[in-house]
Design a protein around this ligand. Structure first.
Ligand code: GLN
Length: 483
């Protein structure tokens, strides 16, 4: 039963082959048995899950239908969940039980999804390896000595190991697409504003976007359908109609113009990944797509711009964690300043502290123009590059990551080497565009992803291309040994 996709689960539930309660019990038992190897969950909510499963079964018995009704999922532990610890992977929030549900959590619960628990992540979603969590590193089910990617590494490892069919993630610079690539999943970062950020604890507000991680594009469409939509509680939520994301999965790719940016194949890309990307291009050509080489001339500036903007916003967002209102508070503070200083020094881990320092520096009066403003200008240039490219092509394709999953600890002494792993994903966040990563092969037994980018609000096009690719390839069906 654990091999079933969301689409198959929906059919199985509709045909009364099994109940949501049975499925939930099976998966909870599987998590209890296998997750100690992976560390993909921070909190399990068994009782709540069984309650939701029974409620979903009752709704179905009353004639209700719906692709998510009774479907087990889990939330990255930065989506606030009423009465349940919402830790952000940080000691700072280890004792924080959210007093409300994030919009995404509430919407999925209304659709009847069953939440099994909260998944591990890099502390405050800062990272590409899921090694910076206060709750310990997450292991990649394809090789337990390797990272699963980050920051949505817990969601990715759990879905890849068939502990559950799909989970939520968030993507500020690649944190859905990169772990999807490194664990053989399909992951989608929607257009900025498509999914409400209300109750999604902020890392870098102008870049953060929630989205689905699943094994197939078809399942990403189902989960995204439950997450997307205008929310008046999020001031950057976009009041655009939400299309039926599953409606165009079967559209033919004949004549689809795919742009391949020359800059995506520069130095630093593992040649074995380049080869797999080229194979995926050939596959899409067979399906009728037309390939064109394009240029994104400002891509080289994306990492420096991102690593100014994201820490700057983080330093501001994280100033609320001061030991006063919620979160960790130090013992016996001497005075207010001591309370702030020690609570924050004890509550935040080293990577978060590094980002706060970098961000506060970039925003300080003397450096604002030189760093933050400059980075914002680069951001605009990158956006303009994409707007120009999408005048010529329908989709942009390239690698998701320059390397497959690295060994746990391998990049710890050099944070910049980890930042460089984001080179292909962060441009979509800077521009606000939707992007998807899909499985495209293996290097040394480790999964490799291909990334697709589309114009604003064209998530359906990404899902269509990925689904057609998945109908003609079987990379996404491969299961890690032992799971
Ligand atoms: N790896 C990037 C960072 O560390 C992206 C993280 C994310 O998307 N949340 O900032």
């Amino acid at each position: 039963m654990h091999q079933l996709t969301l689409a198959e689960i929906a059919r199985g539930l509709a045909d009364k082959k099994f109940s949501s309660e049975e499925l939930t019990k099976t998966l909870l038992a599987r998590i209890a048995q296998l997750d100690p190897q992976l560390n993909s969950f921070i909190t399990l909510t068994e009782d709540l899950a069984l309650e939701q499963a029974k409620a979903a079964d009752a709704r179905r018995a009353n004639g209700e239908t719906g692709a998510l009704l009774g479907a087990p999922i889990a939330h990255k532990d930065l989506f606030c969940t009423l009465g349940v610890r919402t830790s952000c992977g940080s000691k700072m929030l280890d004792n924080f039980k959210a007093p409300y549900d994030a919009t995404v959590v509430a919407k999925l619960a209304e659709a009847g999804a069953v939440s099994l628990g909260k998944t591990n992540l890099d502390e405050f979603a800062m990272g590409s390896a899921n090694e910076s969590s206060y709750y310990g590193a997450v292991k990649n089910p394809w090789n337990l000595e390797h990272v699963p990617g980050g920051s949505s590494g817990g969601s990715a490892a759990a879905v890849a190991a068939r502990l559950l069919p799909a989970a939520t993630g968030t993507d500020t610079g690649g944190s859905i697409r990169q772990p999807a690539a490194l664990t053989n999943l399909t992951g989608l970062k929607p257009t900025y504003g498509r999914v409400s950020r209300w109750g999604m604890i902020a890392y870098a507000s102008s870049l953060d976007q929630g989205g689905p991680l699943a094994r197939t594009a078809e399942d990403c469409a189902i989960l995204l359908q439950g997450m997307a939509g205008f929310d008046s509680k999020d001031s950057t939520s976009i009041d655009e109609p939400v299309p039926d994301f599953s409606a165009n999965l079967n559209t033919s790719l004949k004549g689809l113009r795919i742009g391949v940016p020359a800059e995506f194949f520069s130095e630093g890309l593992d040649p074995r990944i380049a080869e797999l990307v080229h194979n995926s291009i050939k596959e899409l050509e067979k399906l009728g797509a037309v390939i064109k080489t394009i240029s994104l001339p400002n891509m080289q500036h994306a990492i420096p711009a991102y690593y100014v903007i994201a820490p700057a916003e983080a330093s501001s967002n994280l100033s609320r964690f001061d030991g006063v209102r919620f979160g960790h508070r130090c013992e016996n503070p001497k005075d207010l300043t001591d309370l702030y200083k020690r609570s924050r020094a004890e509550g935040f881990g080293p990577e978060v502290q590094r980002r706060i320092l970098v961000g506060a520096y970039a925003l300080s009066a003397g450096y604002y123009d030189a760093y933050y403003l400059q980075a914002q200008k680069i951001r605009r240039l990158i956006k303009n590059d994409f707007v120009a490219a999408f005048n010529e092509v329908d989709i942009i394709l390239g690698p998701t990551t320059p390397n497959p999953a690295w060994k746990i600890g391998a990049k710890n002494s050099d944070p910049v080497s980890a930042y460089l792993e984001d080179v292909y994903t962060i441009t979509a966040n800077l521009a606000g565009l939707p992007g998807l990563s899909m499985p495209a092969g293996f290097v040394d037994g480790l999964p490799v992803g291909v990334q697709l980018l589309a114009p604003y609000f064209q998530e359906g096009r990404l899902l269509n291309v990925a689904h057609q690719y998945q109908l003609n390839t079987d990379w996404h069906t491969r299961t890690p040994a032992g799971f």
